[in-house]
Design a protein around this ligand. Structure first.
Ligand code: C5P
Length: 222
């Protein structure tokens, strides 16, 4: 069967990565989490006490420790130079600062360069904020996934508790609101639905329902 590229965008914690992973699995495609790249850049900047407003400082650090991905055990692993930072990029500190780092034009240019290399071979499910609008404007399927802030916060809260992390529902809500605002209002590649994207409101849907809906959309295209 012909392989296509699938773009999944939407606000923070809308369930994109969980669903995208399952869609990729069902189609035997590669899942690419682009948020992890912005998180890795943020982790690197924080670790080196860089000024997060200074994109040149962040870019210089990325030159010394370039971002790369590997799929050795079927899950995406992200590296800074030789160091696997897959787990380290999930802290609150990174979450609270990533949207600021993602406003920088030069940082975005570097991330998009890596992302476009990865889509050269079709058969990719890529999730993020600007995939359908900017990274893969010709993606055969574009999904824009939304859900209410309350629902998204609740899901993230339960996820954190299940992982054994401490969780504060109100703090999660505030983080989601703040990240959405910065992502929607930034100048370069803001979070916006592509004109040809299909919007899916997942507020009252299960992961499998959303996955099946996307698989049905894909089936019409291939
Ligand atoms: O997907 P995730 O929530 O991990 O993304 C973290 C942050 O990275 C987002 O809030 C956004 O600021 C940034 N991001 C972006 N463009 C993407 C993916 C993520 O600006 N394609």
């Amino acid at each position: 069967m012909e392989k296509i590229n699938i773009a999944i965008d939407g606000p923070a914690a809308a369930g994109k990565s969980t669903v995208a992973k399952k869609v990729a699995e069902a189609l035997h495609y590669t899942y690419i989490d682009t948020g992890a790249m912005y998180r890795a850049a943020t982790y690197l900047a924080l670790k080196n006490h860089a000024n997060l407003d200074d994109e040149r400082e962040i870019l210089a650090l990325l030159k010394q420790a370039p971002i790369s991905l590997s799929y050795t055990d079927d899950a995406q692993h992200i590296f800074l130079g030789e160091v696997d930072v897959t787990d380290a990029i999930r802290t609150d500190d990174v979450s609270n600062n990533v949207s600021l780092v993602a406003t920088h034009k030069g940082v975005r240019r570097e991330m998009v360069k890596i992302q476009r290399e990865l889509i050269k071979q079709a058969g990719v499910v890529m999730d993020g904020r600007d995939i359908g609008t900017h990274v893969i404007p010709d993606a055969a399927v574009k999904i824009f996934m939304i859900a209410s802030v309350d629902e998204r916060a609740e899901r993230r809260y339960k996820e954190n508790l299940a992982k054994g992390y401490e969780a504060d529902l109100e703090a999660i809500k505030a983080d989601i609101r703040q990240r959405d605002k910065i992502d929607q209002e930034r100048e370069v590649s803001p979070l916006v639905k592509a004109s040809d994207a299909i919007e899916l409101d997942t507020t009252s849907q299960s992961i499998d329902e959303v996955k099946n809906e996307i698989l049905a959309i894909v089936k019409e295209k291939v």
